[in-house]
Design a protein around this ligand. Structure first.
Ligand code: FMN
Ligand code: SF4
Ligand code: SF4
Length: 259
């Protein structure tokens, strides 16, 4: 039987998880989770089905919820979730647990992996020493997760995320509701070389070129991919990212993001 992992990623951390598992688990395939927007049936050739996604404001990105909603699993399939975040997964594990349950299935294995944060509109890139430390730990954790999945060793369901409380929910939802508007207000400077990389890299096809100018649609997930990967640092929001250092997972290349 084959296995599959679906990922959502803006700066490569969750792609690194998917790639790492594919290297350690024979017959594992990886696909962008957005493939599940159209095709809601998980092929029965897979006996293990996983999701690796970030946490944004303590929740999974809205598009990820759309992708997992109404999936059709087979009875024999085991399901796992990984939240590849900056250490505060909040309610993201529970989001996936509830969505999978609504599809009539249980999540069998739940994990979280620490990575460097990528939210450049909120903070600068983490210091290099910290990035290197979490990178090393994340590689170990990926190997450990692969081993547990291969041994079908049931990982305990994750408990409540640190610092998460329902009393923050209203404020979190307010931030989440702003994703679309914020994306519409992104600006592109004269440094833009019209290379089209941002168009290709946006995981939800929210960027187009119209009359030679980059345009943003209303489906922005705030993944930071366009801002972080632009080779000319041409994309910004209200000047916040202008002088900040760009981040992406060091082992992931533009071609991994686009493929
Ligand atoms: C809009 C936004 C909100 C975020 N909120 C959280 C959060 O609540 N908790 C957390 O641990 N990380 C948060 N992060 C950081 C990402 O989850 C983290 O860097 C993740 O590893 C990025 O994965 P990727 O490289 O696969 O895109 C946030 C990032 C963004 C862009
Ligand atoms: S990636 Fe940057 S330089 Fe290339 S088209 Fe987009 S904004 Fe312009
Ligand atoms: S427009 Fe930029 S931040 Fe928004 S979803 Fe696309 S790549 Fe991510």
């Amino acid at each position: 039987m084959s296995k599959v992992i679906y990922y959502f990623s803006g700066t490569g951390n969750n792609i690194a998880v998917a790639k790492g598992l594919c290297e350690n688990i024979p017959d594992m395939e990886m696909y962008p989770i957005t493939d599940l927007l159209e095709n809601k049936v998980i092929n029965e050739k897979y006996d293990l089905v996983g999701f690796t996604v970030p946490s944004y404001y303590s929740h999974i990105p809205p598009i990820v919820a759309e992708c997992i909603k109404n999936l059709h699993f087979s009875n024999n399939q085991k399901v796992f979730s990984i939240i590849g975040c900056a250490g505060n997964r909040g309610h993201a594990t529970e989001d996936i647990r509830h969505l999978v349950k609504a599809c009539g299935k249980e999540v069998d294995y739940e994990y979280m992996i620490f990575f460097a944060g990528n939210y450049i509109l909120s903070y600068n890139a983490f210091p290099k020493w910290y990035q290197n430390l979490v990178l090393k730990l994340s590689k170990k954790k990926i190997t450990k997760i692969a081993k547990q999945l291969l041994e079908a060793k049931r990982a305990k369901p994750l408990g409540k995320g640190l610092f998460y409380s329902a009393k923050y929910e209203e404020a979190l939802q307010k931030s989440i509701r702003k994703y679309s508007q914020t994306g519409l207000e992104y600006t592109v400077s004269n440094e833009c070389s019209k290379c089209s990389q941002c168009i290709q890299i946006c995981p939800v096809n929210n960027i187009t070129m119209e009359s030679g100018l980059i345009k943003f649609g209303s489906n922005c997930q705030q993944c930071m991919a366009c801002i972080q990967w632009c080779p000319n640092k041409a994309i910004d929001y209200k000047g916040i990212a202008k002088d900040r250092i760009r981040y992406h997972h060091p082992d992931i290349l533009v071609k991994d993001m686009i493929d």
